[in-house]
Design a binder for this molecule. Structure first.
Ligand code: 5AD
Length: 355
């Protein structure tokens, strides 16, 4: 029997740290039982920081005019893919702002080339795109698509995601289902501690991960960016006294652990946002509390600082090869292995864990 939404809420509010430790142990056990000890590495390529959206929390929003914008060339992207193969990664994740300069056929050809010339799985994280684009990219060989719904509270969602003028707003849930129907593995997730986010809505988010039977789930703390309305506190959604979820490291671990219990087979990364809050241990603790994936950044060094969705991203200072060597050693020190192959979702009949 998987956790119910009221039980998830209780765990988010649990004051007894010893019980929370037991929750973490159970999440680690369920992770071991359902997805094993392999840690899958996905090379993250930040293809473009150009974005037409005005998301109230995100540093690469269109309204941030102080940011220098870039889009990688085809050759730069293919070079990153070669590097991913060299490091032994099984997947590349191409992520960008909602950049319509990333044209359907240009991206289609890049996907096709990567699939033809390498054994890599290809994950896309390119924002809300048309059905036609998504179909062409799927036919070109893309395997997976990431689109976080960020919060399942419709009022909060619409406050922090102004719609694009002249475009029909389709909910992110609908878009995820459409992606699945196209044959993608689907990934989603939320930020923890968005101003205005209530504990009960976060509990609902986690229950929804299970209902959607997501293949991949990424959660990280909300990190304020001063060049955004939310970060500059020009926009202050209110959750009411005692109801606001903190954007803390500790609460993020609880969300990772509960996510594992609700979705035992999902691929769950220990996120960069988490290691930004705790550069020493964040990644490791995520892996010990339910996560089984790490997404090393392989974007060319000169562009790293420009993909500033939040300040002081932990990967800015790292070179890909230094980071790679440390990461491998760190994973082995935990008694875990490096995942081999594409590391897609392994669907089998299974029941969730209970504490
Ligand atoms: N803090 C934390 N996470 C953020 N993201 C965007 N902006 C921020 C921020 N300020 C996350 C969103 C998005 C993912 C790529 O990065 O959840 O889906």
């Amino acid at each position: 029997m998987p956790l119910t939404e009221p039980e998830i809420l209780q765990w988010l509010l649990e004051p007894d740290e010893a019980r929370v430790e037991a929750l973490y142990r159970e999440a680690d056990r369920v992770r071991h039982e359902h997805v094993g000890d392999a840690v899958h590495l996905r090379g993250l390529i930040e293809v473009s920081n150009i974005c037409i959206r005005q998301c109230a929390y995100c540093g690469i929003r269109a309204g941030n005019t102080s940011l220098q914008r870039y889009r990688l060339s085809r050759d730069e992207i293919l070079e990153c893919a070669r590097q991913a193969v060299m490091f032994g990664y099984g997947t590349v994740v191409m992520q960008a702002g909602e950049d319509y300069g990333i044209e359907r056929d240009w991206m289609g050809e890049i996907i096709q080339t990567i699939k033809r010339d390498t054994p890599l799985a290809v994950t896309l994280s390119l924002g809300e795109r048309s059905e036609e684009e998504l179909r062409v990219w799927r036919e070109a060989g893309a395997d997976r698509y990431l689109l976080r719904f960020e919060t399942s509270d419709p009022a909060l969602f619409s406050m922090i995601h102004p719609p694009v003028h002249g475009r029909m707003a389709e909910s992110r849930i609908e878009q995820l289902l459409r992606l699945r129907a196209l044959g993608y593995e689907i990934g989603s997730g939320v930020m923890v501690g968005i101003p205005g986010q209530r504990y009960c809505s976060l509990a609902h988010d986690i229950a929804l991960f299970g209902e959607l039977d997501l293949d991949m789930i990424g959660v990280g703390p909300y990190l304020p960016h001063p060049a955004t309305p939310l970060g500059a506190e020009a926009l202050r959604p209110s959750a009411g006294a005692g109801e606001q979820v903190p954007n803390s490291e500790h609460l993020t671990y609880r969300v990772v652990a509960l996510t594992r219990l609700v979705c035992p087979q999902a691929n769950i990364p220990s996120t960069t946002a988490l290691s930004t809050l705790n550069t020493q241990e964040g990644r490791t603790l995520g892996l010990q509390r339910g996560a089984n994936v790490v997404m090393p950044n392989i974007t060319p060094a000169q562009y790293r600082a420009l993909y500033e969705i939040y300040p002081a991203k932990s990967c800015i200072r790292e070179t890909s090869s230094d980071f790679h060597a440390q990461l491998i050693a760190g994973i082995r020190a935990l008694g875990r292995e490096i995942g081999e192959g594409p590391g897609g979702r392994n669907k089998k009949a299974a029941s969730g864990g209970r504490v």
